[in-house]
Design a protein around this ligand. Structure first.
Ligand code: ADP
Ligand code: MG
Length: 208
């Protein structure tokens, strides 16, 4: 069963799989994964975030175990989570989303938040539980009362609800659907505000 979604995936002669993007090179081997960060804009930051999150989440079932890391070149070795990514899994039992909700809450208990939660980073494991990979855009926080942490936690829960809405909307409670609706609306207003501001600035420039 392949664990990888749409990014450039190559199956090598030796059976290993590679996912290559401009930012990373991910080598999926039997039982372990090597993620190399291509040096470039913000790569150190992404590497640091991935490492810190994996360290904090050590022992959490469903998250890769950190095996080792090298700083030059930047590479993280971790255990491989078996299963198929959610975007390729087709229709999955509701229990998978229940497990994912639990996993996300445990992750937040460890003070790790995620700014994105794409389906290709969620694994449906052979036992029907959920796994999570790719922590390079995560935020780890020390103080539970920090406003940045509180905002990051809210964003994580929003991303989780969006993912469930896309794959199994019937599993959302009425309250969650209402929350999502409100947040979608706020995002639309914010985008409109950004667009109008851009246009206004362009106009000012063309006048001057
Ligand atoms: N530890 C892992 N176990 C299983 N699959 C993984 C693991 N790490 C990465 N993958 C797979 O490889 C893909 C690319 O890795 P990822 O860390 O998400 O890199 P990128 O930041 O380029 O998206 C993931 O979407 C996932 O499908
Ligand atoms: Mg990813």
């Amino acid at each position: 069963m392949s664990a990888v979604a749409d990014k450039a995936l190559v199956t090598r002669k030796d059976g290993a799989q590679e996912v290559t993007s401009v930012k990373n090179h991910v080598l999926l081997l039997d039982g372990r994964v090597m993620k190399s960060f291509v040096a470039g804009r913000r790569s150190k930051n992404r590497f640091r975030r991935e490492l810190e999150a994996l360290r904090r989440l050590q022992g959490l079932e469903g998250v890769p175990e950190l095996l080792r890391a090298s700083h030059s070149p930047m590479c993280v070795h971790m255990s491989r989570i078996e299963g198929i990514t959610l975007d390729r899994a087709g229709s999955v039992p509701g229990a998978v989303f229940h497990s994912l909700r639990e996993l996300v809450e445990r992750m937040l208990d460890h003070r790790v938040a995620r700014h994105s939660l794409p389906a290709r980073d969620v694994l449906v494991r052979p036992d029907g539980s959920a796994g999570l990979v790719d922590f390079e855009r995560s935020r780890s926080c020390h103080f539970s009362w920090s406003p940045i942490w509180l905002a990051s936690r809210a964003v994580t829960r929003f991303q989780l609800l969006r993912l469930i809405e896309a794959h199994a909307p019937h599993l959302l409670s009425q309250r969650e659907s209402a929350t999502l609706g409100m947040q979608h609306w706020l995002r639309a207003v914010y985008r409109l505000h950004l667009n109008l501001r851009k246009r206004y600035k362009r106009r000012l420039k063309s006048i001057n």
